[in-house]
Ligand binder design. Structure first.
Ligand SMILES: Nc1ncnc2c1ncn2[C@@H]1O[C@H](COP(=O)(O)OP(=O)(O)OP(=O)(O)O)[C@@H](O)[C@H]1O
Length: 265
């Protein structure tokens, strides 16, 4: 469904963020992208929907070469790719409902979007999504009244109301506490399973990735150095991805901390 072919990005500064990345993601598959700071994870996610223009190579979404599209084609292609951000990117002074509906802006005409008048079917779907993520009772609250976890749920609804084929998720839990992080990862992976949605989740926390996704891709210096299941991430592999660190201890520590909280949920 998604195919990256020799995807390369060199920034104007000369920083080589991605080097000839080849990757295929079948429809419905959720994968986590891990790697140390500066490995190229955010760049890869942003090159897929061309928020960052790739230097060379191609991104195919089904039979559409995203890298070759003009502005109209790109606008249409971006509807197929929902994005979820670390900092939620909500409009603070708008309500939860308005923020969710803003995910439909790429679909409604100019005047409707200018006046923020959405078709009833969009409003109904927004209510359904808010109900699904447990925020129905907050539909009329302003975004700036929400907790971090609630904001991210709104960000998830805003991406899903596009009805995308693919979710691009950039550090969804980086601003959240451990328990909320697990809830958000669970929600994202459950929603993907319910909707047959593929997702690429850039995530710092290896233990969290291992808990929730069937495939992990490890990046280092802009190249893929691991592509496999979560159990294949041995301390040796993690050291290869991240450099020298005692990964065994890190992972055990996280799992121990998790056990009682998980049971209490
Ligand atoms: N706008 C930019 N201009 C120049 N260089 C950039 C830019 N954005 C990223 N880079 C460089 O590209 C490389 C990859 O950065 P990127 O942010 O994709 O990595 P990352 O794996 O997402 O890191 P982190 O986990 O810290 O967010 C780094 O060397 C970074 O300094």
């Amino acid at each position: 469904m998604l195919r990256l072919e020799k995807l390369t990005k060199t920034y104007k500064t000369g920083d080589k963020a991605l080097t000839e990345i080849d990757l295929e993601v079948p429809s419905g598959q959720v994968l986590a992208l891990i790697g140390p700071s500066g490995a190229g994870k955010s760049t890869m996610i942003r090159c897929i929907n061309r928020l960052v223009p790739p230097t060379s190579g191609a991104v195919w979404l089904d039979d559409v070469n995203i890298t070759a599209l003009g502005s109209g084609g790109l606008r249409r292609a971006r509807r197929e790719m929902g994005m979820i951000f670390q900092e939620y990117a909500l409009v603070e002074r708008l309500t939860v409902m308005e923020n969710v509906l803003s995910g439909r802006l790429g679909f409604v005409g100019f005047w409707r979007s200018f006046l923020r008048r959405y078709p009833q079917s969009d409003v109904d779907e927004a209510f359904r999504l808010l109900d699904r993520v447990g925020l129905l009772h907050m539909a009329d609250k302003r975004a700036d009244e929400l907790s971090g976890g609630q904001r991210q749920r709104v960000g998830i609804c805003r991406a899903l109301i596009q009805n995308p084929k693919l979710l691009l998720v950039d550090e969804p839990t980086a601003s959240l506490d451990p328990k909320t992080s697990r809830q958000i990862m669970r929600l994202i992976t459950e929603l993907c399973a319910e909707r047959g949605l593929a997702a690429i989740i850039n995530i710092h926390d290896v233990a969290l990735a291992q808990m929730f996704v069937p495939r992990v891709v490890g990046l280092r210096f802009g190249e893929i150095v691991y592509d496999g299941g979560p159990t294949g991430l041995t301390p040796d592999k993690l050291t290869e991805i991240y450099g020298e660190e005692d990964w065994e201890a890190t992972i055990e520590k996280v799992e121990d901390e998790d056990a009682p909280v998980e049971a209490a949920e």
